[in-house]
Ligand binder design. Sequence first.
Ligand SMILES: [Fe+2]
Ligand SMILES: [Fe+2]
Length: 473
Amino acid sequence: MGTSDYLIVHVSPVGMGMSRWSVGHSHSERTICHINPHFRKEIKTMLSRRQFIEWCGRICLALGITSVLPNSAKAAVTQNGYHIPADYTNSLSNVEFIQQILTNPADTCRTIMWQTKKKLGTPQLEYRMIKSEQALWGQVSVDYLEQQGNGTFIYACRLTGLTPGADYEFRIANGSRATGWMPITTVHPGHFQMLIFADSQCENYSVWRNIAEAAHYRHPNAALATVIGDLTDNGQFYYHWKGWYEGAENLLKSHIFVPVMGNHECYDPQWQMCLPEGYLRHFVVPHNQSTRFPGYYYSFDYGDVHFIVLNNQFEELDGLKPGLYNEQRQWFLHDIRKNHCPWKVVLMHKDVIEYESPSPTQGDVYINEIGKNFMPDFETCGIDLVVTGHLHVYRNRRHILKGRPSDNGPVYVLCGLSGDQLYSVPISREFDKATAPQPENASYITLDADEEELRLRCYLTDGKLIDDMLLKK
Ligand SMILES: [Fe+2]
Ligand SMILES: [Fe+2]
């Protein structure tokens, strides 16, 4: 900082307090009122240069005259943790894969994550209410993940103390460079919409990009977005994550992402079962208070809905890290009983029904082990809706109670694929009340929720509506 933009506050003490003041640059001072030269000299002696700038800034903030501050001094000014954002002249362009992750409590907190190939020296996240004169710094943590020789620095910043229903914006800074301001999706009371995808795993992620972009632009005001597992074809492959993130660029910037783990997050580069390191490092999800399985399952409230994200990769994980089912079940029973949201929705990857027949029209269909393990608890705990994936086809079973189609009990919806891995699954006349046009292609779901209604609609990539279901309290 040069002397030309060195700030001086001239104070003339009257009695015990300061009654007069002025602000200016040392070589072009604008004296607003009387100057006491003796006191000015005293202040400059007592305070360091930086302390002096901050002290001046506090006075400016209190008096609402921040426009007189030079840009280089604005960022240093603080009051209750707030500062005045600097005018960065250089753009920070090497930041990629920016995403907003759901965290608890969802209405006042948010996690922002991003990545770089080269480590940022002084990564910072700055956020403020839209267009506000004052901003805050978030605490940034840095992780490093290497897959197939490709190193990625992964940054996370958890914002707390947000005001529900207020609109915020954030930018990422590093030294003299910063990104542009980007909006933070905030929680507004009442109705909200969630975009639901499943199995975005691809050989060519252009299919995922097409449906993610279509849903994003068709439903720009959706607060949340999720992929119900199998985000990539192999969670330990760098280029799969790269393809997935590039396809989801606009989706992840504009909607709060709710990650769900699938079995393809648990395969290593040799396609053997492994712990889901890639998934766990890419997504900092809400704490579940588990020391053995942090990040594997979690829950949160959003509006009038309690979401429970469960993990049913027992086949992949039990041999490597046993105990997930029992631990998660105890957590689930405790979590659901203490919650009082009107609606309770479960998101989990593997489906509850097994289709075994080779016939496309007459399936030999039954409740599988996943279903036998989970469905009784869903019934006793009053779960309203269970959304699954894994089979790459869309099926709405409506209510199932005690293993049979019913007018009561949880509704079970199998979300179709959003990638290019097409499966052929027979249609069950007994369970499958709504299906996608055959042969199956990519589809996604919108879930609209308020206190009285849950409305689920399924669309193809081109926007054609193929299912519409309304649940009422
Ligand atoms: Fe899958
Ligand atoms: Fe799967």
